[in-house]
Design a protein. Sequence first.
Length: 184
Amino acid sequence: MSLPRIRPAEALRLLQQGATLVDIREADEHAREKITGVHHLPLSKLDEANLALHEGKPVIFHCKSGARTVSNSSRLAQKVGGFCEAFIIEGGLDAWKKAGLPVAVDRRHPIELQRQVQIVAGGLAFFGTMLGLFVSPWFFAVTAFVGAGLMVAGATGFCGMARILMRAPWNRTTYDTPAQGKTV
């Protein structure tokens, strides 16, 4: 069973009538940018949550682009389990912002770890290729190493670069504390 999708304006109307908005993004994403008043329930902790607390009130789920909520729609519907109506914001936080609806941005928090990995991996691959072309073919080893690391990360779920970046000075924030919003 999948959940019906609603547009941000309809979600706002339901929120004004007492619905509960649930952000399923991970803590590092939620800490930097969120819809005011949202409850935070990372998808990775969905099985531990009790959504029966919201019995009778509609629950609206969102992620960044809507892709995670859509691909996990049946899990989310199962979690709500008939306690109440549940919906997905079509297009997620991106559509919410595009509709001109307010978000709280806290630039003191770093960009999401996944984006940091993409920036570093892309930079290493690009510069490794350029150095391989113009300086020495030995620099192609950098590109090969990054590619191998990405394949291992995709196949196993272990990303060594993410583990290194988590220890970077700008990422030394604890995201597991509910100080930045309500936890479901």
